[in-house]
Design a protein around this ligand. Sequence first.
Ligand SMILES: NC(=O)c1ccc[n+]([C@@H]2O[C@H](COP(=O)([O-])OP(=O)(O)OC[C@H]3O[C@@H](n4cnc5c(N)ncnc54)[C@H](OP(=O)(O)O)[C@@H]3O)[C@@H](O)[C@H]2O)c1
Length: 252
Amino acid sequence: MTRSATAAQRTVLVTGASRGLGLGIARKLSAAGYRVIALSRGKSKQIAEAIAEAECGKEGPLHFVAFDLGKVGEIPVLVKNLRKEFGPLYGLVNNAAVGHDGALAMMHNARIEELVRLNTLSPIVLTKYVVRAMMSEGVGRIVNVASIIGFTGFSGLAAYAATKASMIGFTRSLAREVGRLGINVNAVAPGFLDTDMTHGLGGEQLQRVIRRSALRRLAEVDDVANAVEFLLGEDARNISGTVLTVDAGATA
Ligand SMILES: NC(=O)c1ccc[n+]([C@@H]2O[C@H](COP(=O)([O-])OP(=O)(O)OC[C@H]3O[C@@H](n4cnc5c(N)ncnc54)[C@H](OP(=O)(O)O)[C@@H]3O)[C@@H](O)[C@H]2O)c1
């Protein structure tokens, strides 16, 4: 990917960027020339390596910020500090989430609460404070990471599916609310991705997902990262309130 002159002046916050999809998105945006703030609770070896690579190469700068998004009450101060340190935010990618599974009837309430806190409440509150600043700049892009599970459903993922469906409703309504202020809000809905979140799913279950996909394969982290890069770029300036599915045709 060639580094674009426009991207070079733009800062994007990516949550949950220490591994998995968030790491892939942070790498991709940095390679495209964006200045990327990668946020998660802990600085993983992989994000440390990505930061070192960005420092040596021609990529946009990649920074790491440690923060627990479960601490929703501390989000306003987080955003204030980010603005102070990095200046205006052009983009926000709400990617961090947890993927607790299990039959709903047996799921502990604390697990359900954690799912809703991390996957729904926290990105909504984070967006609230980030979008305020975008409103004063008159420009901004928000990409929410949903999931095909939010519209297809999957046994054992009822609570998780509720949180992912909520991100779709959030995306559509916020797009209407802030569009006239120059802010685009979209979502991506990945299918199954091979990350830490899905390490429990394998064997026959995984083969079934592949067999049922139109393209007879799985989408990869890089495919979803490409979609996010597209939604942040100039070519997506007239796209808002949409959900871009990246699932190798699993829901076709
Ligand atoms: N994997 C899939 O098949 C799949 C499919 C569809 C959609 N998705 C969505 O894609 C996104 C990324 O999933 P993934 O598979 O990459 O998950 P993952 O490998 O489990 O990574 C989750 C990321 O979120 C961060 N995180 C978790 N709790 C956090 C907290 N309290 N505060 C801050 N950061 C936190 C983790 O970092 P720390 O632990 O260091 O905090 C990590 O960087 C999620 O929104 C997920 O719902 C995934």
